[in-house]
Design a protein around this ligand. Structure first.
Ligand code: C2E
Ligand code: MG
Ligand code: MG
Ligand code: MG
Length: 281
């Protein structure tokens, strides 16, 4: 009986695996199709506030995907899929292009911050893609910020750092995203002259209840001041968190307190219809 149970489990397991592989293949195909006909893919924008002036300093461009059957899928799910199946460059170019075109229309002159995957670096494709997006939109390079996470700097065999340096020479600003969550974070500050450090939202979220998280926020803000690098506190949801990060010396804040990621004006109607459709399912 034990032997049979084992086989049953193995059969169940391989069936489960098979289903997951099928689901994954379907997801890759739909993402490919979405990028091909540019349907269902959107860029949302979330304000980043300058604490000194109180004004909108920048807006972060965040990819959104409305899947024909599954509805909205988080970038935390589809960005890794794009990275693994070779679609990240196309997705990245789509977001860059949209983001630069949107920002060129903003009358407040705010910067636009675009996330770049480590996989897009060091292949000789990123710098031309950025140049093309800037040229097509007319956005000055100084209004574009590129956000990279620490993994972008790990093992620089492909020369990703050179890409970032080239962009910086063009006038594009480079931000280190999710700071504090990676491995050997401080070393990365020496490896590249970042213009901005974004303190990961997890530290901000727990800063009021966990002294060690507040200490990390303070240490990073302090480090930023000493290095002359602006620090952004991510994930600020409450007035109390805002007061704390202000007190600790952060230069900018981003979070639901000041605004959720929102579609560009021209997508607002379509997005609202898609939201309703999802509610009806
Ligand atoms: P990220 O770059 O660190 O972006 C910030 C994330 O925090 C966003 O999640 C944003 O919606 C969320 N957020 C902002 N304020 C708050 C808040 O007050 N509370 C909470 N709980 N969350 C907040 P989102 O849009 O789901 O994106 C997740 C991650 O996916 C991003 O993290 C980024 O790493 C990646 N991503 C998004 N768009 C792109 C893209 O176009 N390209 C690449 N390569 N990655 C992207
Ligand atoms: Mg980011
Ligand atoms: Mg972040
Ligand atoms: Mg993140």
């Amino acid at each position: 009986a034990a032997k049979e149970d084992g086989k049953g489990v193995a059969r169940l397991f391989s069936r489960d695996l098979e289903l997951r592989v099928q689901e994954r293949t379907r997801l890759e195909k739909s993402l490919y199709a979405a990028l091909q006909d540019r349907q269902g893919l959107f860029v949302f924008y979330q304000p980043i506030i300058d604490l000194y002036s109180g004004g909108v300093m920048a807006r972060e461009a965040l990819a959104r995907w409305h899947h024909p059957q599954r509805g909205w899928i988080s970038p935390a799910e589809f960005v890794p899929v794009a990275e693994q199946c070779g679609l990240i460059d196309r997705l990245g170019e789509f977001v860059l292009d949209r983001a630069c075109r949107s920002a060129a229309q903003w009358d407040d002159g705010a910067h636009v911050a675009v996330n770049i995957s480590a996989i897009q670096l060091g292949k000789g494709t990123l710098v031309p893609a950025v140049s093309a997006a800037l040229a097509a939109s007319g956005l000055p390079a100084e209004r574009l910020e590129i956000e990279v996470t620490e993994t972008a700097l790990l093992g620089d065999e492909q020369g990703g750092i050179q890409d970032l340096l080239t962009l910086r020479q063009m006038g594009v600003r480079i931000a280190l995203d999710d700071f504090g969550t990676g491995y050997s974070s401080l070393a990365h500050l020496r490896a590249f002259p970042f213009d901005k450090i974004k303190i990961d939202g997890s530290f901000v979220r727990d800063a009021l209840t966990r002294p060690e998280c507040a200490a990390v926020v303070r240490a990073i803000a302090d480090l930023g001041q000493r290095l002359g690098v602006r620090t952004v506190a991510e994930g600020v949801e409450t007035e109390e968190q805002l007061a704390l990060v202000r007190r600790e010396g952060c230069a900018e804040v981003q979070g639901y307190l000041h605004g959720r990621p929102m579609p560009a004006a021209e997508d607002a109607e379509l997005v609202a219809r898609l939201d309703e459709g999802l509610g009806a399912c």
